[in-house]
Design a protein around this ligand. Structure first.
Ligand code: 13P
Length: 250
């Protein structure tokens, strides 16, 4: 009963022209699809342009981050209300690049999640272990810390309004996907965690996406796993034909 979500994270890519063209291709690729949802997250600079392109289509617009405050002295940040003005109702939060390169902590990420939800923005909360953490047997402990930390004090009443994304850091941009078994194991662990944290009916319906070198060749097998409810796609979401094939996973 969980509707699969295919999400494209464009990261720090695309000029306005490229964004317009790519968004147009995604809109066309989605025509007539009713059994899955599609989301794209352009850079902030392209949100307004892409909002125009996706308006009236089923493609959802997301930001790649969001602040928790309504306005104020927060140089470099974007308020949830600013996103809503652009018809942007989702935001990726806690991506490993934010954690690793920009030093975002679980506490900070938790504030972003809470702020997003307060303003009606659906968080796509990312988490995942590094290679060193996996090799030293800490994977599940890291996932638990990041999921519990990111969701601390957050009550979820509408499961569609909270999306999680497991992205093992060693699989991001490396061409090394987690095997279906590795991914399913992590997703099942997180699902059980959600059962501890939330009511059964809510936990059962929350979507957990997989991200990390998803491409047109591996998407079908990954999405066949029982606890993998979609994909968060980086590199392959920048190529219209690859992303179209991923959207049409079977
Ligand atoms: P790649 O698909 O390029 O590995 O990136 C994954 C990712 O970080 C999506 O958020």
């Amino acid at each position: 009963q969980r509707i699969p979500l295919i999400a494209g994270n464009w990261k720090m890519h695309t000029s306005l022209g490229e964004a317009r063209a790519l968004a147009g291709a995604v809109v066309s690729a989605c025509e007539g699809l009713t059994d899955r949802e599609v989301m794209i997250a352009p850079p902030f600079t392209a949100l307004a342009t892409v909002a125009e392109v996706v308006r009236g289509s089923q493609v959802r617009l997301a930001a790649q981050n969001v602040c928790w405050e309504e306005q104020g002295a927060f140089t470099g940040e974007i308020a949830p209300g600013m996103l809503r003005e652009l018809e942007c109702r989702m935001a990726i939060i806690g991506h490993s690049e934010r954690r690793q390169i920009f030093g975002e902590s679980d506490g900070l990420i938790n504030r972003r999640v809470a702020g997003a939800m307060r303003f009606g923005i659906t968080p796509v909360l990312c988490f995942g272990e590094t290679l060193a953490e996996r090799e030293s047997g800490q994977t599940m402990a890291v996932l638990e810390r990041q999921v519990r930390g990111g969701l601390a004090g957050i009550s979820v009443v509408e499961p569609a309004g909270m999306v999680l994304a497991y992205e093992p850091v060693w699989a991001i941009g490396t061409g090394k996907t987690a095997s279906e078994e590795q991914a399913q194991e992590a997703h099942e662990f997180v699902r059980n965690l959600l059962f501890e944290m939330y009511e059964k009916s809510i936990a059962r319906q929350m979507r957990i996406l997989y991200g990390g070198s998803v491409n047109s060749g591996n998407v079908d097998a990954l999405l066949r796993q029982p606890d993998i409810d979609g994909a968060l796609v980086g590199g392959a979401s920048l190529k219209a034909d690859s992303f179209e094939r991923i959207i049409h996973f079977r």
